[in-house]
Design a protein around this ligand. Structure first.
Ligand SMILES: [Zn+2]
Length: 238
């Protein structure tokens, strides 16, 4: 009985594998599960609009497909993926190794946002067909998918580390002839500056979630800066 209860708690609240897509395990982190349960309770209690749930489902599905843009492009370059994890703040594809070649790194990085651009274009076209047949409710649903995917594409292309835009900046610097360490350090400084601007903007707008994202980017950029400097010093002295 105890085993059944602990299994039920793990399925409902713990980190579990949802299944496999293109032969890659898809993991749902506990943070996302808790978030969904909180939203279901809020909607059930009538404190939140019921339309929030399908919007969230579309948003996280779009994020998952974005991750597969990275995964399938990396696979073309011979890099496989251990798993893809879906967190409350988005998705992370754990590649088996780093894509070192700057041109390949550029292509792997832009592939995610390009999936969102493709989805936005596709659903814009579908919505247009619905308007011809005067199916306004379906057109509205399509436009919501267009909006979510446009936001995902733009946000991910901001030059903030560790988002795709940060990786793109880094690969462009390396393609321009900068060494790996210097390219990461410059990209991290751009990211720190951008995240401070984003944080100030979020505070002025009263957007709590965006200010948390800004804090996360500042911490991640500082950590990457520290790691890269340490790795560079190690290489210089060895
Ligand atoms: Zn991405």
């Amino acid at each position: 009985m105890k085993a059944v209860a602990s299994r039920a708690v793990r399925v409902l609240l713990g980190t579990t594998q949802l299944g496999r897509l293109w032969d890659v395990p898809v993991i749902m982190d506990w943070s996302l599960k808790v978030y969904f349960w909180v939203m279901i309770v809020l909607v059930g209690a009538g404190w939140w609009e019921a339309s929030t749930l399908p919007v969230l489902a579309v948003a996280y599905t779009s994020v998952l497909l974005h991750e597969f843009g990275h995964i399938l492009t990396a696979r073309r370059f011979g890099v496989s993926t251990r798993q893809v994890s879906m967190f409350v703040f988005g998705g992370i594809a754990q590649l088996e190794s780093r894509v070192e070649d700057p041109k390949k790194m550029f292509l792997v990085s832009v592939a995610g946002p390009l999936v969102n651009v493709g989805l936005a274009g596709l659903f814009f076209a579908i919505g247009f067909v619905f308007t011809i047949f005067e199916m306004e409710a379906l057109n509205k649903a399509c436009m919501l998918i267009v909006l979510i995917n446009s936001v995902l594409a733009v946000f991910n292309m901001l030059p903030l580390y560790p988002t795709d835009g940060g990786q793109v900046v880094m690969s462009l610097f390396r393609m321009a002839g900068m060494d790996r360490f210097k390219a990461v350090i410059v990209a991290c400084w751009i990211s720190l500056f951008g995240a401070v601007l984003l944080g100030v903007f979020a505070i002025v707008q009263g957007a709590l979630m965006i200010s948390l994202v800004a804090v996360f980017i500042i911490l991640a950029s500082r950590q990457e800066l520290k790691n890269t400097r340490a790795a560079r010093d190690l290489q210089v002295t060895s």
